[in-house]
Design a protein around this ligand. Sequence first.
Ligand code: FAD
Length: 424
Amino acid sequence: MSYPKDVDVLIIGGGPAGSTAGALLAEKGWKVLILEKEKFPRYHVGESLMPYCYFTFERLGVLEKIKEMAWTEKHSVQFVGRNGKVSTPFYFSQHFDHPASTTWQVKRADFDKMLLDNAREKGATALEETTVTEIITNEAGAVTGVKAQSVDSEVHEINSRVVLDGSGRDALFLRKTSSRKRDPMLNKISIWTLFKGAKRDPGLDEGSTTIAYLDGKGWFWNIPMADDIVSSGIVADREYLYRDTRDPKEIFEREIKYNPWIEDHLKSGEQFGEYWVTGEYSYRGEHCATDGLVLIGDAFAFLDPVFSSGVFLAVKSAEMAADAVDVALLEDGVVMAKDFEDYGERLCQAIEIMRKLVYAFYDERFSFARIRPANMHLRGTLTDCLIGNLFDRDYSELLAAMKDFAKLPESLSYGRAKVTPAAC
Ligand SMILES: Cc1cc2nc3c(=O)[nH]c(=O)nc-3n(C[C@H](O)[C@H](O)[C@H](O)COP(=O)(O)OP(=O)(O)OC[C@H]3O[C@@H](n4cnc5c(N)ncnc54)[C@H](O)[C@@H]3O)c2cc1C
């Protein structure tokens, strides 16, 4: 494999964020290099997409490919009480009359590979099995490139006019600069696995994402995928899950019994593969950009998987960052933190809306059923949130109504671009 010495754009990570930014910037004619530490296809959690991914996929030109891959169609999200009772599903098409209202439950190994190959088709170079180990800065503190190690242990130093960190929850830049701030309240862990042959609901609900409540501010997800596979996982407080054992299989099997809907749906299925565990749940970077570098996707922030917002925020943030990079390179030839002021503002505002909804979800007093009788019209606003319409919509009325039965957090003050006074 040959490693270039100088590029316009260097992207760390070939996940949905990195591939999206890579494709869009290569299409604009910039010399783009994506470095990915794994060999694709590789397993990744995060199979349930949000409808608003559609618009970025459309721009990437991958909608036909997605349809050809014949993944399970997702038309709705449904919530199930601790007693196993299902509340009326949120059907996206009832609120949003657009092809985007049908989205998908994808196998991330194939989905991520398709996006990375798409970036290659658009002109980006993507080198796998190459781990970025260092981010290089100049005397003024601006990022000027990276050091990366290929599978043969050789170290490559590559200069770039801008670096996009799309390293996911590894959050390379945030960890190296100790600027990853954990969310004060959303301190959860997750355990998940896969089933073959589990029960599916009929008709339109077959591909629905189900969120089933557990005690202890926890919940199960149930994501029906292609090939008769279901992804199922628990998210809950550490103390609750580890109360009598730390064995993930034992915990998973114990918790299934606490929600009758989950028990009923999984009992006919055969569990296979690992029991994966992740902690260090929700975080945001102190800054989304510094001179010469911008953070995209999980490398900047991760909320909580309850509303399946991860891939959407990854591809949308990558799209917005790519546009800002393109403008800066065209206008100034260099990319500074100030070029991401608008990016940081808009992204943090969108994340905050979702964050408040996540807090409400974990409030013992909150239930989606309670929002309906008094504020029927807000069901549409809520559906807007659940489909990912986070960037151009005013949610103040919904948030005000939710305050009656959930304690909502103050907005976090950090996450904007690190603009130094001299650069203003
Ligand atoms: C338990 C759980 C359940 C989830 N469920 C959902 C869901 O249902 N729906 C949803 O939308 N989201 C879900 N998510 C979130 C979703 O997985 C992420 O938000 C999404 O994958 C983010 O995309 P990304 O491109 O930012 O990061 P990733 O997809 O993580 O991609 C980052 C890439 O960077 C590479 N990389 C890392 N470090 C380096 C390095 N040093 N050098 C080179 N390459 C590197 C990695 O190998 C990886 O391929 C879930 C997350 C968790 C933890």
